[in-house]
Design a protein around this ligand. Sequence first.
Ligand SMILES: Cc1cc2nc3c(=O)[nH]c(=O)nc-3n(C[C@H](O)[C@H](O)[C@H](O)COP(=O)(O)O)c2cc1C
Length: 171
Amino acid sequence: MDFYDVVKKRRSYRVYKPDMPEKGKIERILEAVRLAPTWANLQGLSLVLVQKTENVKAIWSAIDQDQKFSSAPMFIVGVISEGESGTNKSGEKYYGVDFGICFEHLILAATAEGLATCWIGWFDEVKIKRILNIPKKYKVMGLTPLGYPIKPKGEVKERKPIDEIVHYEKF
Ligand SMILES: Cc1cc2nc3c(=O)[nH]c(=O)nc-3n(C[C@H](O)[C@H](O)[C@H](O)COP(=O)(O)O)c2cc1C
């Protein structure tokens, strides 16, 4: 799929078919994450693939957003080691940026494979770390269901017009 078609096609899906995504598709998505750029190429990101029914249910309950995502056949949980990234000149930590780039590679690659996702940023981090045995140094920054959507979304979400977000030469 052409890159711009992928960008236009991506949507957040909250209801899924029970089918597990194919291994080949998952492998290509993971490769897209592996190739993502990070601060000084430090690559602090790790992913946990959750496919066993009991673990999928446990993750869903740690998300705790009512029935949303309850039909997801699997989740991918993204974590990053805070120390394995940089700090910019203003003293701000950049691990969140590294995470966002890597995770969006995942989301767009999944779209290119005809799969559905949804960035999830609202969850109980303590519960997720306990369920998945995630070491202390990692922060759980986001997760997504991965699967086939019940029905493709037709509508495009409203976005600000270009002239509201783009400035030329000066802000
Ligand atoms: C960092 C981030 C965190 C998000 N967290 C949640 C979430 O916890 N629950 C949820 O239902 N959607 C979540 N979303 C999805 C957004 O609501 C969605 O991307 C936005 O409304 C635009 O819709 P679209 O993705 O279909 O274009 C999140 C998106 C991002 C980028």
